[in-house]
Design a protein around this ligand. Structure first.
Ligand SMILES: [Zn+2]
Length: 93
């Protein structure tokens, strides 16, 4: 049975399809959603590999994701600073 090996998103980036079921359906490597037929494309309306997704929409998703990641990095930075401030001061002889 013919089957798709790669999934390409609307940016032209590709990911290998790693998980399949015996009936030929597979897990979308972009959104982890099930794709019901071996040669079908992802139908998840929130997926970059869905051919109906517009570039404008995907750009917004990526900007929101980048903002969340920057926020998480900032939180980690603050936690690390606070942890350092709780350490006892050391004095060099
Ligand atoms: Zn998908």
């Amino acid at each position: 049975m013919a089957r798709r090996r790669w999934s390409v998103n609307l940016y032209g980036e590709r990911r290998e399809i790693a998980k399949r079921w015996p009936d030929g359906s597979y897990q979308c490597p972009w959104c982890s959603g099930p794709v019901m037929r071996a040669l079908a494309l992802c139908g998840n309306p929130a997926c970059e590999a869905n051919p109906a997704t517009t570039r404008e929409t995907a750009d917004k998703w990526r900007a929101a994701q980048a903002a969340r990641e920057a926020e998480a990095r900032e939180r980690e930075r603050i936690v690390a600073i606070r942890a350092r401030m709780r350490e006892p001061m050391t004095q060099d002889a």
